[in-house]
Design a protein around this ligand. Structure first.
Ligand code: SF4
Length: 277
């Protein structure tokens, strides 16, 4: 069932969540605590080059889709990468220049294949929806209007080329679809991952049931994380309520310096190690 806007029987207290918050809780409660519970927030580690690269590409695409279709040319895409380029996390000027050129090529290819045809009705648009127990809000990279329906577009800039299962299983994409429908008042079942390195697009079309499953999962995760925070406020041990969940992800975790379990799990990596080829 679509994200019900529950004004019948409004619960006493609604929990405000973002997809990022819920997925952080789901992947590692300790990281969730560092990011959203502990105040002051523990210092983060150094900037990672792959994160910088992703931010540059997102900024360039935001600017690109603020232009009219005729102005969205491959050369304009390259120009926007140059305009928004940053070097935090790269090994030095040589590596930064190499990736700046690559990113320009990626965006030029993407514009060539997808740039002019899209009809965005939202770019980096904030959307939200209230379900039975939570208010979900988040910023969607792009919302298109295609074939009479709204389409949620999420950009990916990493080494991994997304597969259909990534779009199908993404809690964030499903919640964005629910919130987009709520804010823009149109049918929204289709979600897409656009891989900027390859210009590949993977698509998943949700059903009412699959959206309901994601919504129920979101409500459960919000409930679990909220209960853990309340238990700590009531005097429970934070390490017990927010257990570390060490794994490969610890190599790039921004809080690993505060996490003995994460440091033991995998060796530290250089800030540019996840750039890929
Ligand atoms: S280093 Fe690993 S276990 Fe520790 S908070 Fe980060 S992701 Fe979690």
């Amino acid at each position: 069932m679509q994200g019900q806007l529950a004004f019948d029987g409004i619960p006493e207290r609604l929990t405000r969540v973002t997809p990022a918050k819920l997925t952080t809780w789901s992947s590692c409660p300790r990281r969730y605590r560092f990011n959203y519970v502990d105040r002051p927030r523990p210092a983060r580690g150094p900037a990672m080059a792959h994160t910088t690269l992703g931010a540059v590409l997102h900024n360039a695409l935001r600017a690109l889709y603020e232009l009219s279709p005729g102005q969205r040319t491959p050369s304009r895409g390259r120009e926007l990468v140059n305009r928004y380029w940053q070097s935090e996390g790269f090994a030095g000027t040589e590596q930064s220049a190499e990736y700046r050129a690559r990113a320009g090529d990626w965006l030029a290819d993407y514009v060539e294949r997808h740039g002019a045809s899209a009809e965005p009705v939202g770019v980096e648009k904030w959307v939200s929806a209230t379900t039975g127990t939570i208010i979900v809000q988040g910023r969607v990279d792009r919302i298109d209007h295609r074939d009479g329906e709204l389409v949620v577009v999420d950009y990916k800039a990493g080494r991994h080329t997304p597969r259909v299962g990534d779009a199908r299983d993404s809690l964030a994409l499903a919640l964005y679809a629910l919130a987009t429908r709520n804010v823009l008042h149109g049918r929204c079942r289709r979600v897409e991952l656009h891989h900027l390195r390859t210009s590949e697009v993977v698509t998943w079309r949700h059903t009412a049931d699959s959206l309901a499953e994601h919504r129920e999962r979101a409500e459960r995760l919000a409930h679990e994380s909220g209960a853990a925070a309340e238990a700590v406020e009531a005097g429970e041990d934070p390490d017990r309520m927010f257990p570390a969940r060490p794994g490969a992800r610890c190599a790039a975790c921004e809080f690993r310096r505060h996490c003995p379990e994460g440091k033991r799990a995998v060796p530290e990596i250089e800030p540019w190690a996840l750039l890929g080829e």
